[in-house]
Write a protein that binds this ligand. Sequence first.
Ligand code: MLT
Length: 210
Amino acid sequence: MPPSEFIHRYIPPQNEDTAILLLLHGTGGNEDDLLGLGEALLPGAARLSPRGRVLENGMPRYFRRLSEGVFDLEDVRRRSAELVRFVSDASAHYQFNPQRVVAVGYSNGANIAASLLLLHPGVLAAAVLFHSMVPILPDDPPALTGVPVFMGSGRNDPIIRPEQSEELEQLLVKYGAAVTHHWESGGHGLSRLEIQAAAEWLRDRRSEWT
Ligand code: MLT
């Protein structure tokens, strides 16, 4: 049975020894949005791209929010657990190694990826978080020692302000993650330079998940 909870795309790898990119779109996006980004970041990697199951005025998201930047924490917990189950079902169905899952998230997708790191350490081998903030504070300290995390942030991002991204960086570092934080001068949009920086970062760490 294919993993059915999430509408999704799965693109098999072109080379068996590679990461599985878990692509997580921003608010209002869908399962097709980040397929090209995933291929640009790590050519030939498998891509698993679920559509967020929460609708906000018709726009898919990965968890409910009460207002911009104010999250429904119960929903963050519940949806994070749902996504963990989906990844596990998908690994059985598509037969990929669950130890090699690298999240690539943008905005709301980066926030649910951060939530997976904080609430379900061990699920992600690494994460690329574009324009993200602290989604939830974990009750128990997550074991993130050495987990590679790339963060891309904008100094003039009006939706995820620089201090909110810095707060996430500090939290991940506190729990042991190896964070590389790349800054651009722009706003909330993804810039070509931050994509390039993330691609280089992934290339340099390839041996860690192959
Ligand atoms: C969120 O809701 O996760 C963040 O505010 C980013 C977004 O607008 O999606």
